[in-house]
Design a protein. Structure first.
Length: 405
């Protein structure tokens, strides 16, 4: 089988690249490892597909030499993404913090729209084609599958994703293909993922959900603050606030989170509230001091963390120093983060093909002429909230546009 352009990977970026290249009149085939395309897109945004974020710019992305891809993000921005999908019948709906979803609330509608467009344009899709080797011979590429099927192509785009959620297709094989063709790959780490902490810092809190503000510290430097829902687990912490802030893990060696359980009140306001509770609840013990204020189990746990060893202590016996310690632990509870829960649970891979080895205008390899990259396989990853899909669309568009020239 011969084609002008082969796109390796039928995910978000690969589909955008193939559709864009095909619109230029080129013959395009997508080679997808799994039995269906866009499997990972189906689960994004809790099955709703966070298509993009209206606030996306270079400050939301990370990687070595990340500034080199700013022009790519500017060349196909969030409005371009929304216009593209509007043209496919997807009505875009902006929600909190600039997150954009299909008005249908279904990721499947995004998948269908891309599939229908590829079919309309005549993009050929080969599923269950696991690319294991790419050879460059003269001006042609020879692409071999696991079953030794062969495709010849004039140009190739590697859009095989990272190695997060490997059961959905992105098992890291794109990195190996890039290495075999002479490219280097930076350190790979899971991102947008649950986090492990020291067990004693979450002991007995499993299953508790609460709205908090979390400030991340890396190597003793304050990095950022996010608010949202925190979920305590047996291994550490999860919830949307953790997904939002877990992007810091690949960037720093020593990470600590400071949790504010009472973000609606400053320290002095909280101090006055706790003093008033002492009066109101003087007939109770510390076991019930936080009843109606925060989760009961969490309140008991934090009381002990503050230094109150016995929950049988009468509330009326609280002294000023103990109230201030309670304020501090409610506003600044520190958790040391030990690790992530790994690639199997991660939404995104940090690290990838070095940007120094790719033309930042076209995404063509500086090492192998006619070879292009797009999406998560590159050393670019974003924060949680539609930023990674925006990179997929933008890089896919730029790669697809230039591979067709």
């Amino acid at each position: 089988m011969k084609t002008e352009i082969a796109v390796i990977g039928g995910g978000a970026s690969g589909m955008m690249a193939a559709i864009t290249a095909r619109k230029s009149g080129k013959e395009v085939v997508i080679l997808e490892r799994k039995d269906r395309i866009l499997k990972k897109v189906l689960i994004t945004g809790n099955g709703r597909c966070n298509i993009t974020n209206v606030n996306a710019d270079i400050s939301n992305y990370f990687g070595k030499n990340i500034s080199s891809v700013e022009n790519i993000l500017n060349s196909f921005n969030p409005q371009d993404t929304m216009d593209f999908f509007n043209g496919l019948g997807i009505m875009c709906n902006e929600e909190n913090r600039g997150k954009v979803y299909p008005l249908s609330g279904q990721a499947s509608s995004v998948v269908d729209a891309l599939r229908f467009e590829a079919e309309r344009l005549g993009v050929r899709i080969e599923t269950e084609f696991y690319v294991r080797k790419i050879e460059k011979e003269g001006f042609k590429f020879k692409i071999y599958s696991e079953e030794r099927k062969k495709i010849e192509a004039g140009r190739v785009i590697i859009a095989a994703g990272g190695q997060s959620y490997p059961e959905l297709g992105s098992n890291g094989s794109g990195f190996e293909l890039a290495k075999e063709l002479g490219h280097s790959v930076t350190k790979l780490s899971p991102s947008i993922v649950q986090l492990k902490s020291e067990k004693h810092q979450v002991k007995g809190l499993q299953g508790i959900k609460t709205d908090v503000a979390v400030t991340a510290y890396g190597d003793n430097k304050k990095i950022c603050t996010y608010d949202g829902e925190l979920l305590f687990t047996d291994y550490g912490i999860s919830g949307n606030v953790v997904f939002n802030i877990s992007f810091v893990m690949p960037l720093y060696k020593n990470v600590e989170f400071e949790i504010d359980f009472m973000e609606k009140f400053d320290y002095n306001e909280l101090y006055e509230i706790l003093k008033e509770r002492k009066k109101m609840m003087s007939h109770l013990t510390m076991e019930n001091y936080f009843n109606g204020m925060i989760n009961k189990k969490l309140g008991q746990f934090l009381s002990k963390v503050s230094g109150i060893e016995k929950l049988s202590k009468p509330v009326k016996d609280l002294n000023d120093s103990e109230i201030r310690k309670l304020c501090t632990v409610l506003k600044k509870y520190r958790i040391k983060i030990l690790d992530t829960t790994g690639f199997r649970n991660a939404q995104v891979t940090a690290g990838g093909v070095s940007l120094d080895e790719v033309n930042s205008e076209t995404l063509e390899s500086r090492i192998v002429k006619g070879l292009y990259f797009s999406g998560e396989v590159l050393d670019v990853y974003g924060e949680c909230g539609g930023f990674n899909l925006q990179w997929a669309w933008a890089s896919g568009y730029i790669a697809g546009k230039n591979v067709a020239k």
